[in-house]
Design a protein around this ligand. Structure first.
Ligand code: MEV
Length: 309
């Protein structure tokens, strides 16, 4: 069965969400498509599957209980760009290998795959790509919980969020970054430095303010919150010169901008009504701009009818 899942951007709250603080993520119109065919041998785009080089496929297959599958993957989400390629892969593999699973089960299985593959994670990315649209995730939850997902420390509630079509431009720095080591680095800083603990708390407060502001469409106020969130992301140690270079270039042209995802490279998002100019500014600094619409459809299955005559 074929399944596809979108990428995502995090509007507010990355890293703080790992500690149970609230975060907001939205699905974007870039997708990954996975096709799994039962087989006695296991191949991933024609190559053998191993825990070390294809951890997502390895764990997805193991968790599905299937003995083997030929897996083919096609993606237009750049890998390591902070745009949810690994969450989308985990979700699409799960949906494709387990045709009977409903969304909440796909979300919790995809989260397990992320956790096994990258060691540390919140369910923000995997839930965003399964549900699509936009979501709010926190340990406290809010009305209308879709599902809850946990590890041995935190249990998160996931709910649907209505967002207006926010005018966002994405800028990929071109420098891929691995999420697991960045999450570990923040954890170590959180253990050692009270300032980092305070910054994590404040990111949570900013996200709560953003949730209230989103329905008003007040871009100026939302932009200010993005700027504050970005400062705090630098305090917790996930900023980087390549990210700052893009942020400095787009800042005069937008309401606010910040990194999105794990940081340390990856991508920025800019809230702007000068899309073309922002895209050009990103290009000029060596980045790759994407004009994306938010709120894309989540996990999608394609049932193939195979004729045998
Ligand atoms: C990565 O896209 C988001 C982080 O908050 C990690 C996570 O939530 O798993 C940095």
């Amino acid at each position: 069965m074929k399944a596809s899942a979108p990428g995502k951007v995090i509007l507010f709250g990355e890293h703080a969400v790992v500690f149970g603080k609230p975060a907001i993520a939205a699905a974007i119109d870039m997708r990954i498509e996975v096709d799994c065919t039962p087989s006695s041998i296991t191949l991933f785009n024609g190559l053998p599957v191993a825990q070390t080089n294809t951890p997502h496929a390895y764990h997805a297959l193991r968790l599905s209980g299937k003995s083997g599958a030929e897996i083919s993957v096609r993606s237009d989400i750049p890998a390591g760009a902070g745009l949810g390629s690994s969450a989308a892969l985990a979700a699409a593999l799960t949906a494709s290998l387990n045709p009977e699973m409903k969304e909440s089960e796909i979300a919790s299985t995809a989260y397990k795959i992320e956790l096994l593959s990258q060691k540390r994670a919140s369910p923000l990315d995997t839930s965003a790509v399964v549900h699509g649209h936009a979501i709010y995730v926190s340990a406290g939850g809010r009305e209308g919980t879709l599902w809850s997902v946990g590890n041995e420390e935190v249990r998160w509630e996931v709910s649907h969020l209505d967002i207006r079509a926010l005018p966002i431009v994405i800028g990929y720095t071109g420098v891929p970054a691995a999420t697991g080591p960045l999450v570990l680095r923040v954890r170590k800083m959180w253990e050692r430095f009270p300032t980092v603990r305070l910054a994590i708390e404040e990111i949570g407060t900013i996200t709560e303010e953003a949730v209230k502001l989103l329905p008003t469409g007040d871009l100026t106020a939302l932009g200010r919150l993005m700027e504050r969130n970005q400062k705090l992301l630098s305090v917790i140690g996930v900023g980087s010169p390549v990210v700052d270079k893009l942020l400095d270039a787009v800042r005069p042209l937008c309401y606010g901008a910040k990194l999105t995802g794990a940081g340390g490279g990856g991508s920025i998002i800019a809230l702007t009504d000068k899309q073309e100019k922002v895209m050009e500014a990103i290009r000029q600094k060596g980045g790759i701009p994407y004009s994306c619409s938010l709120g894309a459809e989540g996990i999608r299955r394609v049932h193939e009818v195979r004729h045998t005559d």
